[in-house]
Design a binder for this molecule. Structure first.
Ligand code: PGA
Length: 260
């Protein structure tokens, strides 16, 4: 993986007005433009249309959704389909531990949602907290047991078009408390995940990432970026995370093009 991904997951936070303020703050702090870095912002569904317009002003920043329907379309009140989302987003977070925990999402649901993403040319960002969850997705893809669920995109294996996030449950920030995992342990887990899904599939880390600790993760050889919850709500802090990630040792000095 030659590109580092920095994903903001706003969760159930930030209204349209607040998003406007966030973008204004980001624009005054947003310094790094690097082809080696991609930033993805994942607001709630109702904030997506406004953000799609605002984000188009920033180079290297894309939009993502926090969830997606596992169904193509039809009588599923409250669901938002891939066909609806693809006008706004490039990425979709799938199977976040909070969805697994509070909404009883199963591996089967995650596989169906991932399939919807791949079918409609959206990149799934699949969250996992243990290797069994990775194997469940990987087996489904390899066996191709249900091509309607996991349809490979552009003739390539769906796993190569997927991003994984290792997010150990105890590392996710809670009530302002930060408990990041050990970067070397995360690197080991990323290595293990890549052994299952393939070395070309990016693996990110999520859990209490902030401007101070982000380098310790993105400097690791097998960690291809970060998913940031709590700290991404503050545009100034999030800009620092972006700028610090762009200085990762993963980039050769000549490749780093900090603009200002
Ligand atoms: P956090 O969330 O950055 O607030 O710990 C990360 C996540 O939900 O994966």
């Amino acid at each position: 993986m030659t590109q580092t991904l920095v994903v903001a997951n706003w969760k159930e936070n930030i209204t349209v007005d607040e998003a406007q303020e966030w973008v204004e703050k980001l624009s005054s702090k947003f310094k790094v433009q690097s082809s080696k870095l991609e930033v993805v912002v994942c607001p709630s569904f109702v904030v997506l249309p406004m953000m799609a317009y605002e984000i188009s002003k920033f180079e290297g920043v894309k939009l993502g959704a926090q969830d997606i329907s596992k169904f193509e379309e039809g009588q599923h009140t409250g669901e938002v389909s891939a066909k609806m989302l693809k006008d706004f987003v490039s990425y979709v977070i799938v199977g976040h531990s909070e969805r697994r925990r509070y909404f009883n999402e199963t591996d089967e649901d995650v596989i169906s949602k991932m399939g919807q993403c791949l079918k409609h040319n959206l990149t799934p960002i699949v969250c996992v907290s243990k290797t069994e969850e990775v194997s469940a997705v990987s087996n489904e893809t390899e066996q191709g047991s249900d091509s309607a669920k996991l349809e490979p995109r552009s003739g390539k294996n769906g796993l190569e078009k997927t991003v994984f996030v290792y997010e150990p449950l105890e590392a996710i920030s809670a009530e302002g408390e930060f408990h990041p995992d050990d970067p070397e342990h995360v690197n080991l887990m990323a290595e293990k995940i890549k052994m299952i899904v393939g070395k070309n599939t990016p693996v990110l880390y999520g859990g209490s990432v902030n401007a101070e600790n982000v380098r310790s993760f993105v400097d690791q050889p097998d960690i291809d970026g970060v998913l940031v919850g709590q700290t991404s709500l503050d545009a100034v802090e999030f800009s620092k995370i972006i700028n610090n990630s762009a200085m990762s040792r993963r980039f050769a000095p000549s490749d780093s093009d900090e603009s200002k």
